[in-house]
Every structure is written in C-alpha cells, then in structure tokens.
Design a protein around this ligand. Structure first.
Ligand code: GLN
Length: 243
C-alpha cells in the first residue's frame, strides 16, 4: 500500500517536472500567418505547409501538443513576447531588429527576397525599381528593403495575396516577396513573372520569448536531431521541387 502510494507520488512529480521543463503547459502554441505558401497556408480547414510540419515534429519531440494560431504577420512577435504564443514560425527571417524583441533558434532554412512583376514589365533587376510603386506585406523584410529603394512609393498590404492582386490589376508596378511564396504566386497567375536576380539572402528561424531560454535550448536540440536525421530536408523537398 505504502509502496504504491510512493510510486503514484513519484509519477506525479515526474509529470509536474516535465510539464514545467519548457514552459508551463503541455501545449506548444505556434503563432503564424497562414497565407505564405509553401511555408504555411490553409488547405480545406487545416493549416499546413513546411513550418507546421516541422513544428509538429518539434512538438512531438518535446512531448507537447502543437496548437497553431493564425494571425496577421505583424502581430506574431508581440504574441510571442506577451506569452500568447510560445513560438513564432512564419517563414520568419532573422533580423537584428527582431532580435531586440525575441530570441531566434538556429536557422532551419535559407530564403531570399525576389521581385515579381507583370510579364510585360520593363523591370529586369532591382535597380529598375527606382521611382516605382512597390507592394509588400506589412512588417516583412520585403517592406524594409522597399524602404531603401530611391523615390519608390510603398503600398503595404496585410496579406501578400492582396499585393499580388493589386499587381495583376496594374495598381502597382512590382511586389517584393520571399522567393518560394513568390514562385507559388507566379505559378497561379499566368501574367506574372519573377525576376531572376535575388535581392538578399536570408535565413528563417523560430522565434521564442526572451525569457524562455529553456524552450529555445529545447527547440535547438530538436532542430539539430531533425536536421541530422534528414527529416527537415525531407519536409522541405516535399513542398519545394528542385529546379
Ligand atoms: N521572410 C519575411 C519576413 O520575415 C516574410 C515572412 C512572411 O510574410 N510570412 O519578414
């Protein structure tokens, strides 16, 4: 009798300890913006893509249940800072500015910014954007780069889809967007093309609150395992076909 009670207590203590290990709950809440294919998008009633798949494997590895919260891209960092979400995973580029507000995991993939224009556009390189009207999604690195373009007018949209629609309607001259979403948008719009020359090379990583060092370390350990086992590449290759 006594012995079994001790066992029960020990099991409870172990449960409490592990539940406290990385954050206080057994859920891993991921803040994302599910309008960024192939990284995250809505299919039927589900949010799917590269980031949710990687996040699921990390959650499994940490013994947590993945919960995805869809929100505006420019609300994601605040959601993580306030503890509304545990991680930011949204094709999010590591930048020095963002590092002031959240910590980033080790990067899990490389990315780039590109220019999308209409087929008949005279824009052929980043230099040709001078004086043009450029569409971006608000708060993205594309938005930041657009600010550096001389005499350009920036139109900021809450979703990249809206910027692409404005482009097809001739309301703006170009869209600066991440390469893989750019490819998806061009693939869906016969009158759009992508300029080959890449603007910048970037890295995507997972954002974690500054005061959650434990979760950051756990995520980096999981990422390393998933990278070493080839799981990350497998997921990325499923969504992104090599040219
Ligand atoms: N990679 C870009 C950024 O981090 C865009 C991400 C996004 O729109 N989801 O700003």
């Amino acid at each position: 009798m006594k012995r079994s009670m001790i066992t029960v207590l020990a099991v409870c203590a172990a449960f409490v300890l592990s539940a406290c290990g990385s954050g206080s709950s057994n859920k891993l809440v991921m803040a994302t913006n599910a309008a960024f294919p192939p990284y995250e998008y809505v299919e039927g009633s589900e949010i799917t893509g590269i980031d949710p798949e990687i996040a699921k494997l990390i959650a499994d590895d940490l013994g947590k249940e993945l919960v995805i919260e869809d929100m505006a891209f420019d609300s994601i960092i605040a959601a993580v800072q306030s503890g509304k979400a545990d991680i930011a995973m949204a094709g999010m580029t590591v930048t020095e500015d963002r590092k002031q507000n959240i910590n980033f995991s080790d990067p899990y993939t490389e990315a780039a910014q590109v220019i999308v224009v209409k087929n008949d556009s005279t824009v052929a390189s980043p230099d040709d954007l001078k004086g043009k009207t450029i569409g971006v999604q608000i708060g993205t690195t594309g938005d930041i780069y657009a600010e550096d373009i001389e005499e350009a007018t920036i139109e900021r949209y809450s979703k990249y889809f809206e910027a692409i629609n404005a482009l097809t309607q001739g309301k703006i001259d170009a869209v600066i967007v991440d390469r893989e979403p750019g490819k998806v948008f061009v693939g869906e719009n016969a009158d759009l093309k992508m300029i080959d020359e890449e603007f910048t090379v970037e890295e995507y990583a997972i954002g974690v609150a500054k005061d959650n060092e434990q979760l950051l370390n756990d995520i980096n350990a999981s990422l390393k395992k998933l990278q070493d086992s080839g799981k990350i590449d497998e997921i990325i290759n499923k969504y992104i076909k090599a040219e």
